[in-house]
Design a protein around this ligand. Structure first.
Ligand code: PLP
Length: 410
C-alpha cells in the first residue's frame, strides 16, 4: 500500500491565483464580449531582448552540428554564465564570491521550494506577512510548518507583520527563529529595504545562528541609491544568507526559465548533536542528485543579458514597466487612495477604499470595470484590506485600466 505525503492535505483549500482565474472565466462566460484587463498580473508582457534571442539562436545552431553538439551540461550551471554573474551582479557591487557558490537553476520558484530540503523539520521559520505565498506552502508540504493553531497560523512559523503602521518594514521577532525568508523588493507590497534595515536582519541571523533565504526576484527594479541589490552588500551576510535571483522579471524569462541561487561556503548549519556542516555542500549534493542542469540554450540566452547590448535592452524593458507603475501610482494617488510600492518595484500595494474587503473589492472591480487586481489576503492574513496592481501589462492596457478605474471610482 503506497502511503502519500499527508502534508499536502494540510494545504489551504484555495490558492489565490486559481480562485482569480475561476472568477475571471465565470465573468467571461456570462459576458463573452468582455475585454478584461489584468492589472494584478505577475507575468511580464514584453518580448525577450533581441540580444537574448540571437544568443539562443546561435546556441541552437551549435546543437544542430555534430562538432558542437552538447548533451548533459554541468548540473550546477555552465561556467560562462557563472562568470558573468560573479562579475556583473557581484564584483560590480563590491561582493566577491567564487564559482562554486553559484548554482544555476530553472527558475527561482523551484529553488525557493527546494531549499527547504536541506534543512531539518524542527526549525522555526520566519515569514513576513503579507508575502509571496510559496514560502509558507513549501514549508507546509515539506512537513516543516508544525501544526495549525486555533488562529489558523502554523506552530513552527513566526509571522512577521508588515503593515501600514511599520511602513511594511519587517521588525525583528521577539522569539528566536532559525530560517528567515525575506523578499526584497517585496512582493506584494513593492517596498524595498535600505542597507540599515537589512543589516538589522543580518546581525540578528549572525547572533542567533539563523539562516536568511533572500529572494531577490525584483532586484533589477531598484531605482534608489541606498537600496542594496544583494544581501551580500551587508557585512557578515556571506556567513548567514542564501540569495535567490531570477531572470524572469528582469528580462522576460518567465516562460524560458532561468535563475540562480547563491550559497556561500561560509554558511554553516548544525546537526542535532551540534556537529557543524557547510550548507553549500548540502545544496551541491541536492542539486547534483535531483537536477541535470538548466538547458544550454537558455543559459546562453541568460549570458547575453550581460553583454552591452543585452544590458541596454533589458533596462529599457524595466523602464517600460516602471513607467507603467508610475502611471498607476500617480492616478491612484490622485484619487485619494493610499498607495505603496511602485518606486523600486513593479508591484503596487493599495488600500481598498472605504475599508472594503479585498475579495469584495476584487469582484466589484472585475464585474463593473473589467479590471483585475490581486486581493491582498491572497498573500497572507495581513494583506486583508489591500490589493495589488503591477506595471507588467502593456502601456495601452495600463492607461485604459486607469481610465476605467477612475470612471468607476467616479
Ligand atoms: N519569487 C518571487 C517573490 C516572485 O514573485 C516570483 C514570481 O512571481 C518568483 C520568486 C518565481 O520566479 P521564477 O519565475 O524565477 O520561478
Amino acid at each position: 500500500m503506497a502511503l502519500v505525503n499527508e502534508n499536502y492535505l494540510k494545504l489551504p483549500e484555495y490558492y489565490v491565483f486559481n480562485e482569480i482565474e475561476q472568477k475571471i472565466n465565470a465573468h467571461k462566460v456570462i459576458h463573452p464580449e468582455a475585454n478584461v484587463i489584468r492589472l494584478g498580473q505577475g507575468d511580464v508582457s514584453r518580448p525577450l531582448p533581441d540580444a537574448v534571442i540571437r544568443a539562443m539562436q546561435g546556441a541552437v545552431a551549435e546543437l544542430a552540428d555534430v562538432k558542437t553538439f552538447r548533451g548533459y551540461g554541468p548540473e550546477t550551471g555552465y561556467r560562462f554564465l557563472i562568470e558573468k554573474i560573479l562579475k556583473y551582479d557581484y564584483q560590480s557591487r563590491g561582493v566577491s564570491l567564487s564559482a562554486d557558490e553559484i548554482f544555476i537553476s530553472d527558475g527561482s520558484k523551484s529553488d525557493v521550494g527546494n531549499i527547504g530540503h536541506i534543512f531539518g523539520r524542527d526549525n522555526i521559520i520566519a515569514i513576513t506577512d503579507p508575502v509571496y505565498p510559496v514560502y509558507e506552502n513549501a514549508a507546509i508540504m515539506g512537513g516543516r510548518s508544525g501544526y495549525l493553531n486555533d488562529d489558523d497560523l502554523w506552530s513552527n512559523i513566526v509571522y512577521i507583520p508588515c503593515t501600514e503602521k511599520n511602513g511594511f518594514v519587517p521588525q525583528l521577532p521577539d522569539e528566536k527563529v532559525d530560517i528567515i525568508y525575506l523578499c526584497y523588493p517585496n512582493n506584494p507590497t513593492g517596498i524595498a529595504l535600505t542597507k540599515e534595515q537589512l543589516k538589522m536582519w543580518v546581525d540578528y541571523a549572525l547572533e542567533n545562528k539563523a539562516i536568511i533565504i533572500y529572494d531577490g526576484a525584483y532586484t533589477a527594479y531598484i531605482q534608489e541609491d541606498n537600496i542594496p541589490h544583494s544581501i551580500y552588500e551587508i557585512k557578515g551576510a556571506k556567513k548567514c544568507a542564501i540569495e535567490i535571483r531570477s531572470y524572469s522579471k528582469t528580462a522576460g524569462f518567465t516562460g524560458l526559465r532561468c535563475s540562480y541561487t547563491v550559497v556561500p561556503k561560509d554558511i554553516i548549519g548544525y546537526t542535532m548533536y551540534g556537529e557543524v556542516l557547510r550548507v553549500n555542500g548540502l545544496w551541491n549534493r541536492r542539486v547534483t542528485t535531483y537536477y541535470n542542469g538548466t538547458s544550454y540554450v537558455v543559459q546562453r540566452g541568460a549570458e547575453a543579458m550581460y553583454s552591452k547590448e543585452g544590458q541596454k535592452q533589458y533596462k529599457e524593458i524595466i523602464d517600460y514597466y516602471m513607467t507603467n507603475a508610475a502611471i498607476i501610482r500617480s492616478e491612484l494617488t490622485s484619487l485619494g487612495l493610499d498607495v505603496y510600492g511602485g518606486v523600486n518595484s513593479p508591484n503596487i500595494w493599495v488600500k481598498t477604499p472605504y475599508k472594503k474587503d479585498s475579495w469584495r473589492f476584487f469582484q466589484e472591480l472585475l464585474y463593473d470595470a473589467e479590471v483585475v487586481c490581486i486581493p491582498g489576503d491572497g498573500f497572507g492574513k495581513l494583506g486583508a484590506g489591500f490589493f495589488r496592481f503591477t506595471g507588467f501589462n502593456s502601456r495601452e492596457n495600463t492607461e485604459e485600466a486607469m481610465r476605467r478605474f477612475k470612471k468607476w471610482m467616479g
